[in-house]
Structure formats: structure tokens, C-alpha cells
Design a protein around this ligand. Structure first.
Ligand code: ZN
Length: 889
């Protein structure tokens, strides 16, 4: 835990470092209790800034000595800095010796132990917990690393780059020496010393170069690495084909570790992964896990160019690498999906995620721009805004300059900046300069408001048809509501991809007033003022506008379409995303109507028959059907309301599910039978779509059965749970029983635990499933309280802690927000416990209260009290303090 008062760090205060570190030679004598670190650096004064002392960062270190050019030198330590006033003007060598205590490091930042091995996590500021350094991303050095450790306990010794030598030492120790030729910031440093085994593959890339790929895991996990290896190979091939970016290292290593704060980390040549983002077998991982692993493996690999070869000047620029790299991994997943329909499924899933996690962030206490202006703790800014909204911003560049134009922009970006630490402005300039005269370049400064303004813009669209003149006038207005710290906003540049349909569903040609002839049937309107009007001519019949196709901008669209018009889009739109969107809007309208009026929800025949038609449509893929028939999440419903009563929302959504289950019972049964996968397991889009729909159908059938007292479907679900040969079907059947609170849920849960008690990642699923179970009169909350006492539960392992706490507090609003405030009491107590162990993780869980101000009473007052209770603790980490103080601001 950090001492001292939390200082606000501001983007506008950036100054270049007073010194550069050009090379660093690190030697580690690894010991869990006390590891000795020797660091020999070549340091150069930065002539471009005024002369000043050398200030090195260091935290939780024990300093042994400091030498400049081999001589001891006077220094002082102030807070987390080591200050040398008398550093020479000329280049000099600096040697520092210190120790650190890996086994006591429960924060999992810096050098720590896990499962008897050593691992590191240095982003963002973990390197300073290993040794004193200029721990900032604009200081880039060439690293040579020598690792010394007990050979029996730590047979594998890894660091970045190429292996120079290995040797046996006295006392059963051995050494390995690594050299990374690419200058890098300290946050990309990594080491691993552990008892691991590896899957290896040699590949030859287009350029004719040979490379060795390795995936290192614990002994028993080797057979779970095939999917990750395949994903890595596919990523390498894709980045070369799509962006001309090749693998630049002879050896590329990936390592799994079970104690890890995030998904994974892109250390140069030595990516370190949370095992949850790496290991998969059909028996233990779901289809969703397989696809998440594919995208995270790709994400970290793509960072090698977007992040490592070109890195961030300072942490305010984080989205420069994260937004761009998420965009790249999303594009990769879409390209892997191959068919247009499977691509649309990818896009729908990404947008659903954005709306579920980023939209609430953008309207809550922690709202911040894609490029934040200030922070207390940078770890609090690895957020959906920086990542997912950042990716949407990159996608808008591509929409505005076209795919070819975007590729040219990326090319120019690397021509200009390879080997540099740069800013989001540099990226914007490269894309714009490569596309002079484009819709982007002509409004670049306005476009860059996407980096500066927080909040989700609202776009209102209204059309009017003039039958006599055969014109359709579309008026678009935008408004970005005030957000935390940002009362007023300027108009943003919003690309609106659109088309027009006749009421019968035919596509209509698009000709804007002043154009000589129609220009296709889909185009991008650019909204860059508060209000703009577009007049389409030659429109033979009153059209239905299909706007924001493919979710062309991260905004909330109010298109004012009637149910009848939404039904036209659901049936006929050429854009699969908007067909799905229509399904969600139809459901949302009905749920909101019930919540707003307080009347019981009744699903009408029009809606039910439309859903039946989707379910029966032989032209639609199973994956699409599953998405269209899944109702909007309770969190997304809450986002539409000014005052949120989580219990009322839950009641309405539950009622909608029950009615959908009852009205379509025969169709659900038919869909269930028709989507049984008979072939051997493959995590392909086709098979996973079938399993997803079968799982949804089964959950509907079990839900309906438990309400009517029928025992057939619960029995069939239990049978499927027992006989399943893959985790997707097994967990789907278990979830059907648990969410319906069927009697068979209990024996199934027990059996599941007995079966998988030695598979940590599956035990995580077991906890999460119970904590996310649909709330029913407090049963789910009571179960979570019990599970906190379960012998398998621990706050020390982030995956396990999240499986229970994040699942309850962030993903199960109805179980968490209780009128007796017991959910908030649990939150406060667990956040404080967690803060003493792992502040980063505590900061994440603390965010469950971000949106407390919109809660209805009695939730609102009780939530405030719980937050104030946490904020009153004197010993909080910066991480938690920043979150709770912003919540109360
Ligand atoms: Zn990343």
C-alpha cells in the first residue's frame, strides 16, 4: 500500500525527462524472500531541457548502493524518489544495487511469486518496484538481463529478446543471459523463472525468416495450449497480410501465470498471460473462452507494433496503443469469422460489451475522455473508455478515410514514428496526412474532440417524406450531456453510415440534393454540427431509414422509429447489425414502458410473433438468432433511465423472459432439437452459434418448466449437464438450472464442483455462475455470502476474487442492490480487505458504485453511506481513494 498523499498528475504538466537511460544491464539473484538486483545503466543528460537533478523512481525497495562511474556518490531518498543532485554533465555510468521481496508482493505489480515461480508485471509503473529507474514510457533503453536462480526449482529462466548464454553455477544454481536489441520503455521489461514446459512451433513468414514460437505453462497444462498457439500463428499471418507488419524477433514467447491482475501483457518478445486468457480445452473452456483467448493472444501480439515499436510518450496517451490495438484485434476476429453473418456477430458482441461497460462509465463518477487530462493512479485508467471507446475512435478514422486510406495512414505512422514514444496527436496527423482532402483531414481538429470530451453523444434523427417532390429530408441533431468535470461540449464529428429501405423492405438508391445520380445504396453522412439536414431526392416511396449501420459511431441514437418501422428493419435491413439493433429496441421499448409506468410487463403479439419469426427463419444463422432473442441486459436498461430502481428493472426483464419462454415454448423445443451439434467439438462460429442457441433454448424451456411445475425439461437439462462432452454445453445446462432456481440446480452444482475441483479456471466459473444467477427473493445474495466462506475462495487470486465479487457487485444488479443495503455492506468490507492485498484489484471492485447517484431511494442513500465509510479509512491505497473520492465529488 502506498503512503503519502495522493497527488493529481496532469497531462498539461508533461516535461521531457532530464536524463536518458540508453542501456541497462540487469542481474537478478532470484530468491523469493530477498532478490538482489544489480542495475548498470548508461545515462545521458537530456540537453533539450534545463539542467536538473537525476530523480529515479523506486517503491518498496531496499537500496544497497549507488555508484556513478564506479565511485560512490551522494544521494537522498524522498518519498518514492532517489535523487542525485550532482550527476555529471557528460555521459556516465550509474550502478545501483537493491533488494526486493517477491513473495511478499501480493499486489502482483513488479516482481512477484505465483505457484512457486517468479513473474513480473511492469505496466504501468511496476518496474520501479524492481529497481530504481526512470520508470516512464518515453525513456527507452536496450536491456541485457542475467538471471540466476536455483536450477531445480526454476529450470526455466526467461527475459525479453534473444538468449545469449546459459550456464550452471555452484550450489545448484544456474544462469541465463538475455539481450533485447530493441530499445524499450521499462514497462515492457519482463522476466520469468519457474518450472514450466513449452509447446513449440517453428514458422517461416512471408519475408522468408524463421521464427521460434513458444507457449510456456505448468506441466499439466500443455494440452490446453494448442488453441493459443494456433491463434498466435493466425495473428502473425494476419498482421503481415492486412497491415504489412511482420514479426521482428527470432523468438516469440508466451507464458501463462495463474495470479495476474489483467488479461495479459505485451512485454517485448515475452508476453505474459493470465491463464484464463491462455488455456483452453473443450472439456474445461467454453466457446466464449476460446474466442476470448484468440482475441487476447492477437491483441498482445499486435502490440508488438502498436505499443512496442511505437510506444506512448506518457500514460495520458494510453489509448494510442490500447484503442488502436483493440481495434486491430477486433478486425482480426472479424476476419477470422470469415462469413458476413459471422462478422456481424463479432460486431454485435463488441458493441454489446461497449454499451454494457463503457456507456455507464461515460455517464458515471469516473467519466473521462479517451485521452484523460489527469489521474491520481494510472492503473485506474485501464478502462473501457481508453480501450473500447478508443477502439471505436480508431474505427471512425477508418470509416472516414476508407479501408485503403486507413492502411496508408498506418504505413505513414510507422514510417514517421518507428522506435519513438509518441502521442495521440501524432497518430491523428499520420492518418490525416496520408489522406489529404478526406472527410477526416478537412475536419481533423473537430474530430480530435473524441479524445478530449468525455460522455456519450446523443444523436436524434427525424425524417420527413414529401411524396409530391419525392424527397426525404433527414435532420440529424447531436448533443453531448454534461459529464463529471465537463459541463459544456462542442459538436463532435460523427460518421453515420446509412441506407434507406422501402416499407416492403427493398433497398433504395441514395441521391443527395445536388448530385447528378444516385451514389450506391449505402453511404456515410458526416454529422459535424449541432444540427444538419440531408435531403435525398428521387425517393419513390416513403422510406424507413437505417442509420448508424454497423454502429458507425459510439453514440446513443434516437431515430424515433415506430414499432412497424423497426419490424421492417428487423426483417429486411441489409445491415445485420441494424437488424439485431431493431430486435433490441423492440424489447427495450417494452421493458422501459413497464418500468416507467410501474405496470406489469405484458409482451404483445406483434413482438412475440416477430421473435417467433426470427427463431423460425431458415435464412438466419443460429448465432444471430441467439443474439436477437437475448433481451437487453439489466445494466443497459438502467442506462436509459434517469432514476434507476434495479429491482423494478429486474422484475420487468424477468417477466419478459418468462413470457418469451412461455409464448414460444414449442419453438424453443424445436430450436433446441434442431441445434444439437453432432460433429466433434470445434470452437468455430457455426458450431458455437448452434450451441449458443441451444443453450438459450434450454434455459427458456427450464425457466418455463419451473414456473409450470413440469419436470421434463429440468430433467433433460440435468441429463445434458451430466453427459456433456464440452464445457459450453455443460455450463449452459448448469446455468439453465441455476438461473431458474430449479431443484436439480443443487445436485448439479455439487457434481460440477466434485468433477472440476482441481481445475482452478473451472472453479472460477462455478463461483461466477452462482454469483451471477438471476436473483430470486435474495437467494442469490445469500449464496454469495456463503461462498465467501468456501474453502476454495480467496481474495489473493484475482480470478477467484473477481469470480465472486465482480460477478455480484458489477454484473448482478438485482442481487447487489438490496433495500436492506446488505450488498453495499459486503462491498465496503470486501473492498477494504482487498485493498490490503491488491490495490489494483480493489480499485476495480470499488467501481461497482460508480453510478450510485442515479439510484432510486432507498438504494441511493445507503450506497452513499457505504462509499463514505470506505473513504473515511485513513490507510487507503491511491487506487481505491481516487475511486471513492470521485464517487463522492
Ligand atoms: Zn493492450
Amino acid at each position: 500500500m502506498r503512503e503519502g498523499t495522493a497527488a493529481l498528475i496532469r497531462r498539461e504538466d508533461y516535461v521531457a525527462p532530464a536524463y536518458w537511460i540508453r542501456t541497462v544491464d540487469l542481474t537478478f539473484d532470484l530468491d523469493p524472500a530477498k532478490t538482489l538486483v544489480t542495475s548498470k545503466m548508461k545515462v545521458e543528460r537530456n540537453a533539450a531541457v534545463p539542467h536538473g537533478p537525476l530523480r529515479l523512481h523506486g517503491e518498496e525497495l531496499n537500496l544497497l548502493r549507488v555508484l556513478i562511474d564506479g565511485e560512490s556518490v551522494s544521494f537522498r531518498q524522498e518519498g518514492h524518489e532517489l535523487i542525485i543532485e550532482s550527476a555529471p554533465d557528460a555521459d556516465f555510468s550509474l550502478e545501483i544495487r537493491n533488494t526486493c521481496a517477491p513473495e511478499k508482493n501480493t499486489s502482483l505489480s513488479g516482481l512477484y511469486t505465483s505457484g512457486g515461480g517468479f513473474f513480473t508485471q511492469c505496466e504501468a509503473e511496476g518496474f520501479r518496484r524492481i529497481t530504481y529507474f526512470l520508470d516512464r514510457p518515453d525513456v527507452m533503453a536496450v536491456y541485457t538481463v542475467t538471471l540466476r536462480a536455483d536450477k531445480a526449482k526454476y529450470p526455466v529462466l526467461l527475459s525479453n529478446g534473444n538468449l545469449l548464454e546459459t550456464a550452471d553455477l555452484d550450489n545448484g544454481r544456474h544462469l541465463a543471459k538475455w539481450h533485447d536489441p530493441f530499445p524499450k520503455p521499462s514497462y515492457l521489461f519482463a522476466l520469468v523463472a519457474a518450472d514450466l514446459v513449452s509447446r513449440e512451433q517453428r514458422i517461416r513468414t512471408r519475408a522468408g525468416k524463421d521464427h521460434l514460437l513458444q507457449v510456456y505453462v505448468r506441466r499439466g497444462d500443455l494440452e490446453k495450449t494448442e488453441h493459443a498457439m494456433n491463434s498466435l500463428v493466425a495473428s502473425i499471418v494476419w498482421d503481415e497480410a492486412r497491415f504489412g507488419l511482420p514479426l521482428d524477433l527470432e523468438r516469440f514467447m508466451v507464458v501463462g501465470v495463474s495470479d495476474f491482475n489483467m488479461g495479459a501483457m505485451e512485454n517485448k518478445g515475452l508476453n505474459i498471460f493470465n491463464t484464463s486468457a491462455l488455456l483452453a480445452s473443450p472439456a474445461t473452456a467454453t466457446d466464449a473462452d476460446f474466442s476470448r483467448i484468440e482475441s487476447i493472444v492477437a491483441h498482445e501480439y499486435f502490440h508488438n507494433w502498436t505499443g512496442n515499436r511505437v510506444t506512448c510518450r506518457d500514460w495520458f496517451q494510453l489509448s494510442l496503443k490500447e484503442g488502436l490495438t483493440v481495434f486491430r484485434d477486433q478486425e482480426f476476429s472479424m476476419d477470422m469469422a470469415a462469413t458476413p453473418s459471422a462478422r456481424a456477430v463479432c460486431r454485435i458482441q463488441d458493441v454489446r460489451q461497449l454499451r454494457a461497460v463503457q456507456f455507464p462509465e461515460d455517464s458515471g463518477a469516473m467519466a473521462h475522455p479517451v485521452r484523460p487530462d489527469s489521474y491520481v493512479e494510472i492503473n485506474n485508467f485501464y478502462t473501457p473508455t481508453v480501450y473500447e471507446k478508443g477502439s471505436e475512435v480508431v474505427r471512425m478514422y477508418q470509416t472516414l478515410v476508407g479501408r485503403k486510406g486507413f492502411e496508408a495512414g498506418i504505413k505513414l505512422y510507422f514510417e514517421r514514428h518507428d522506435g519513438q514514444a509518441v502521442t495521440c496527436d501524432d497518430f491523428a496527423a499520420a492518418i490525416a496526412d496520408a489522406n489529404p482532402g478526406s472527410a477526416l483531414s478537412t475536419r481533423l481538429e473537430a474530430f480530435k474532440r473524441w479524445y478530449a470530451q468525455s460522455g456519450t453523444p446523443r444523436v436524434q434523427a427525424r425524417g420527413s417524406y414529401d411524396a409530391a417532390a419525392q424527397t426525404f429530408t433527414l435532420t440529424l441533431k447531436q448533443h453531448n450531456p454534461a459529464t463529471a468535470g465537463q459541463p459544456g461540449k462542442l459538436p463532435q464529428v460523427i460518421p453515420v453510415t446509412m441506407g434507406l429501405l422501402s416499407r416492403e423492405g427493398q433497398v433504395l438508391p441514395l441521391q443527395l440534393q445536388g448530385e447528378a445520380a444516385p451514389v450506391g445504396t449505402e453511404r456515410v453522412l458526416v454529422l459535424d454540427e449541432a444540427e444538419q439536414t440531408f435531403v435525398f431526392t428521387g425517393v419513390a416511396t416513403e422510406p424507413v431509414p437505417s442509420l448508424l449501420r454497423g454502429f458507425s459511431a459510439p453514440v446513443v441514437l434516437d431515430d424515433g422509429l415506430s414499432d412497424a418501422e423497426l419490424l421492417v428493419l428487423l426483417k429486411h435491413d441489409a445491415d445485420a447489425f441494424n437488424r439485431w439493433e431493431a430486435s433490441q429496441r423492440l424489447a427495450l421499448n417494452r421493458i422501459l414502458q413497464a418500468v416507467r409506468t410501474g405496470e406489469a410487463l405484458v409482451l404483445d403479439t406483434d413482438y412475440l410473433e416477430a421473435m417467433r419469426a426470427v427463431l423460425r427463419d431458415p435464412q438466419l444463422d443460429a448465432a444471430f438468432k441467439e443474439l436477437a432473442l437475448t433481451l437487453p441486459g439489466e445494466g443497459y436498461v438502467a442506462e436509459q433511465l434517469d432514476v434507476v430502481d434495479p429491482q423494478e428493472i429486474h422484475a420487468a426483464v424477468e417477466a419478459a423472459y418468462q413470457q418469451l419462454a412461455a409464448a414460444l415454448a414449442d419453438d424453443w423445443a424445436a430450436a433446441y432439437e434442431a441445434h444439437q451439434v453432432k460433429a466433434g467439438y470445434e470452437p468455430s462460429p457455426v458450431q458455437s452459434g448452434q450451441r449458443a442457441l441451444a443453450n438459450l433454448a434450454l434455459s427458456m424451456l427450464v425457466l418455463h418448466a419451473t414456473r409450470t411445475g413440469d419436470t421434463v425439461w429440468p430433467g433433460r437439462a440435468y441429463q445434458r449437464f451430466k453427459d456433456a462432452t464440452n464445457m459450453t454445453e455443460r455450463l449452459g445446462a448448469l446455468a439453465a438450472l441455476v438461473n431458474a432456481h430449479a431443484e436439480l440446480a443443487e445436485p448439479a452444482l455439487q457434481r460440477f464442483h466434485a468433477l472440476f475441483k482441481h481445475e482452478a479456471l473451472v472453479v472460477d466459473k462455478w463461483f461466477a455462475l452462482q454469483a451471477r444467477a438471476s436473483e430470486d427473493g435474495g437467494k442469490t445474495f445469500a449464496r454469495v455470502k456463503q461462498l465467501l466462506q468456501h474453502p476454495d475462495f480467496t481474495l489473493k487470486n484475482p480470478n477467484r476474487a473477481r469470480s465472486l465479487l465482480a460477478s455480484l457487485c458489477m454484473f448482478n444488479p438485482a442481487a447487489f442492490h438490496r433495500s436492506d443495503a446488505a450488498g453495499y455492506v459486503l462491498w465496503a468490507e470486501q473492498v477494504l480487505l482487498l485493498d490490503g492485498i491488491n490495490p489494483q484489484l480493489a480499485g476495480r471492485v470499488a467501481r461497482a458504485m460508480d453510478r450510485w447517484t442515479v439510484l432510486a431511494e432507498p438504494y441511493r442513500s445507503a450506497a452513499r453511506e457505504a462509499i463514505a465509510r470506505v473513504a473515511a479509512k485513513p490507510e487507503l491505497s491511491n487506487d481505491v481513494r481516487e475511486i471513492v473520492e470521485r464517487a463522492l465529488a
